[in-house]
Design a protein around this ligand. Structure first.
Ligand SMILES: [Zn+2]
Ligand SMILES: [Zn+2]
Length: 498
């Protein structure tokens, strides 16, 4: 088994020859169809390693193979069919033959469906009702092969030479799983009985083929032995039991053969992926960009990462994953240049933008956690935007972080005198200060400020949006003067001494 270059715990499903590496499905740029999958690094097409790459060898799954038919619907079907064929044996010959033929056709068709479903990687028995939609012709052809080949062996035994006949019979049994597998893959009788094809298939599978043959023989003989052991006399009940066990084994057998096709699909020139109905949906463009960025980061192409993020965010401004990943990326790089003021400033802008994105997209629940992450690496972080400071203070207060809430709100009326929510902000500040010891004076000042603000002309306040746009401290409206007037009237700026 090979693993993804970038996810050492993920099984690789693709391979890039240009980059000489194996990749998991997260690390390729998936196209509309399998042939259009591309490598994120070199943009070349990747080759599928096939579903077989994930597959446990069938001999490790033998116990599961015996559990395969244990589904209520399948067991009921086995029971009914066994009952039918047993009852038929008490009827007149033409009726008996007809019922047996129908019973046989039903079970073989179902077994064949189990085989094709398993070969496509579906490990639970197919729906019984769906099994009879397809053509029954296939089953007649299959039965025809078996009958003709058995007839040849019997004829050789009876008319030519018993030893030769036995050898032929032995070869026929040996070739049986190969014939079924070839028939399932090619759906062509002549290819299925072509001795060259049979030998080539056996050689390609190798020793495990002998193993499946052994299981087949054990199952065939055990049907008789089991009924001999349990019940001495041939009664209707033993016949039903025998027939049920035989049908059960037949399903297990076809499931194992289907699994062999699945496991050896590369060697057999068969691709399970092409038929797979449960393919993963194609990721969106921003999701793919994130996957590509993960690879760039792991490859150490730092200079490309930032640029790719920025380009992607101009195209997909509101994409949650892109926003959150850019935030985390910026955050993770901060400790690597602690004294680079320019980088720190740039990071602050990115954080501010990200927090505003969370607020705008109603993801306030993430605000406090992500804000705390920033404070861990940048203890002095204080956003510029009034709205953001207020929102962060609210979430800090809700999370019991009074100190942080006070720090965020303190001085807001000076830096953003026209902020629309100054009143609730200062009410919150007063409430928060009240919970701190020895803050009575500050609380009183704060409440006074709230009253003063309430008396202010409401037209001085500008709406949120305007604050956001001009929030880089560039507000140049007259309300500052208003505030200064009130300040001059004796309202001392509140002081906060922790
Ligand atoms: Zn991967
Ligand atoms: Zn590549």
């Amino acid at each position: 088994m090979s693993y993804c270059k970038y996810h050492p715990l993920n099984t690789a499903q693709f391979s890039c020859h240009e980059c000489d590496c194996n990749l998991c499905k997260r690390c390729i740029n998936e196209g509309r169809n399998a042939s259009k999958h591309r490598c994120f690094s070199c943009e070349n097409e990747v080759t599928s390693l096939g579903a077989a790459i994930n597959v446990a060898p069938f001999w490790r799954r033998i116990d599961q193979a015996f559990k395969y038919p244990l589904a209520t619907e399948v067991l009921v079907m086995i029971g009914l069919l066994s009952l039918m064929t047993t009852l038929a044996s008490f009827l007149a010959l033409p009726l008996m033959a007809a019922l047996n033929l129908i019973g046989g056709a039903i079970i073989i068709k179902y077994c064949f469906n189990c085989l094709s479903a398993t070969a496509k990687g579906r490990m639970s028995p197919p729906d019984f009702k769906d099994s009879y939609e397809g053509s029954i012709l296939l089953i007649f052809k299959l039965t025809f092969i078996v009958v003709v080949l058995s007839a040849i062996a019997i004829a050789a035994y009876a008319f030519l030479n018993p030893a030769f006949g036995s050898l032929l019979g032995f070869l026929l049994i040996t070739a049986f799983p190969a014939i079924i597998i070839l028939y399932a893959i090619t759906e062509n009788i002549f290819e299925a009985v072509n001795p060259l094809k049979i030998i080539s298939l056996i050689l390609r599978i190798g020793l495990p083929y002998g193993l499946i043959l052994g299981i087949l023989l054990i199952m065939i003989t055990s049907v008789g032995i089991l009924s001999d052991l349990i019940i001495y006399k041939q009664t209707a009940i033993t016949l039903v039991f025998q027939s049920a066990v035989a049908n059960y084994y037949l399903i297990v057998m076809f499931h194992i053969m289907g699994y062999m096709i699945f496991q050896y699909q590369n060697d057999l020139g068969y691709s399970a992926e092409a038929d797979d109905q449960n393919k993963d949906p194609i990721r969106s463009e921003p999701e793919k960009i994130c996957a590509k960025i993960h690879i760039m980061i792991k490859e150490g192409h730092w200079h490309l990462v930032d640029e790719t993020f920025k380009n992607a965010l101009t195209r997909f401004k509101e994409h949650p994953q892109l926003n959150s990943e850019y935030f985390l990326y910026t955050l993770s790089l901060l400790p690597s240049h602690p004294s680079d003021a320019e980088k720190q400033q740039e990071a602050c802008v990115i954080f501010g933008r990200y927090f505003m994105f969370l607020i705008k997209n109603h993801q306030e629940h993430r605000l406090y956690v992500d804000y705390s992450k920033v404070l861990l690496v940048m203890t002095h972080y204080q956003p510029e935007e009034a709205r953001l400071r207020f929102e962060l203070a609210k979430t800090s207060s809700e999370n019991g972080n009074t100190k942080q809430a006070v720090k965020l709100l303190y001085g807001l009326h000076k830096s953003h005198p026209s902020f629309m929510h100054l009143i609730p902000a200062y009410e919150l500040l007063a409430d928060e200060l009240e919970t701190l010891p020895n803050m009575e004076k500050q609380v009183t000042q704060c409440r006074k400020l709230v009253s003063a603000l309430k008396e202010r002309n409401p037209t001085d306040l500008i709406p949120n949006e305007a604050v956001e746009e001009t929030s880089n401290g560039k507000e140049t409206d007259n309300s500052l003067d208003d505030y200064q007037k009130t300040e001059n009237k004796g309202l001392a700026p509140i002081e906060y001494k922790p």
